[in-house]
Design a protein around this ligand. Structure first.
Ligand code: NAP
Length: 283
């Protein structure tokens, strides 16, 4: 598996497995299948409600801990963020049955972001989170966080797919040593991604599917990607993206699919801020 080196020197696989929207009762089997296919990077979150199932699959797999790269995420904390962040982290660790995570992400750029980040910096210094980062941070908030804190996020996990490519975000992250990670790499199938004529045509030239073309396009941009699937066949297909390369002309054709807008959440939309901020996990 190809890796990227994060800004604190640790290695992160370029391709992993995401478990968002997999019901807890199906997650243990899905992660077991993904580990059998060869995935070693697992991406969960307190907000997904399936950390426990991820932990059980890890334990049963018998795969040495050092071979795995486990990411989980902190949900929004407001008052007493420093104390609550530590408590939320400990809950996640207990759920996962682990003594450390490889990457701990702030899930949303809301709440007491600075209190949360200070607590995450402490977890990182103590070795409980080998790397810390953020998710859903647009360039303005990301730069502010970088400029006003000691530790620069190792990763920013943001919506990135052929219809919302994030090139300006990517350039800013590169400039500041923040690894770009894609969520929703398939746009969850929106805009008929899996049968899209341009992606399918490029795929035919390599005897690959549109899905594999998308993952290859992300990897060639050095973007870490974490496709989700509950199907072992599709997990295997999504893992088989290292044996071919897109040409510059094919990369350029995909670049033309940019729509310049999110297909999911606008993190600048006040209604979305209110909706996400209302959710409390009770940890
Ligand atoms: P995604 O990976 O873009 O798409 C998943 C969908 O694609 C599922 O419906 C899956 O169906 C289908 N699929 C997977 N492989 C396929 C293939 N080869 N051919 C056809 N269909 C295929 O969506 P996502 O789960 O939203 O994003 C990926 C991960 O990013 C998440 O699991 C999560 O870990 C992370 N994420 C993070 C955030 C954040 O705020 N930080 C937000 C969203 C997601 P089947 O399962 O039936 O195969």
């Amino acid at each position: 598996m190809q890796t990227v080196t994060l800004n604190n020197g640790i290695e992160m696989p370029l391709l992993g497995f995401g478990v968002y929207q997999i019901p807890p009762e199906k997650t243990e089997q899905a992660v077991t299948d993904a580990l059998a296919v060869g995935y070693r990077l697992l991406d969960t979150a307190a907000a997904y409600g399936n950390e426990g199932a991820v932990g059980r699959a890890i334990e049963k797999s018998g795969i040495p801990r050092a071979e795995l790269f486990v990411t989980t995420k902190l949900w929004i904390q407001d008052a007493q963020a420093e104390e609550n962040t530590r408590r939320a982290f400990e809950t996640s660790l207990t759920e996962l049955g682990l003594d450390h995570v490889d990457l701990y992400l702030m899930h949303q750029p809301y709440g007491d972001v600075y209190g949360q980040w200070r607590a995450m910096e402490a977890l990182n210094r103590e070795g409980l989170a080998r790397a810390i980062g953020v998710a859903n941070f647009y360039p303005d908030r990301l730069l502010d966080l970088i400029l006003n804190n000691e530790i620069t996020p190792a990763v920013n996990q943001i919506e990135t797919h052929p219809f919302f490519q994030r090139t300006a975000d990517h350039d800013l992250m590169r400039e500041h040593g923040v690894q770009h990670q894609s969520w929703g790499g398939f746009a969850e199938g929106k805009n008929d991604l899996f049968t899209h004529p341009v992606l399918s045509e490029i795929g035919r030239a390599h005897d690959k599917s549109a899905a594999q073309v998308v993952l290859r396009w992300l990897i060639q941009r050095s973007i870490v990607t974490i496709p989700k699937s509950v199907s072992p066949d599709r997990m295997a297909q999504n893992f088989d993206v290292f044996g071919f390369a897109l040409t510059d002309a094919q990369m350029a054709r995909i670049a033309d699919l940019e729509t310049g807008t999110t297909l999911f959440f606008d993190h600048h939309d006040p209604e979305m801020v209110a909706w996400l901020s209302k959710r409390r996990l009770g940890s």
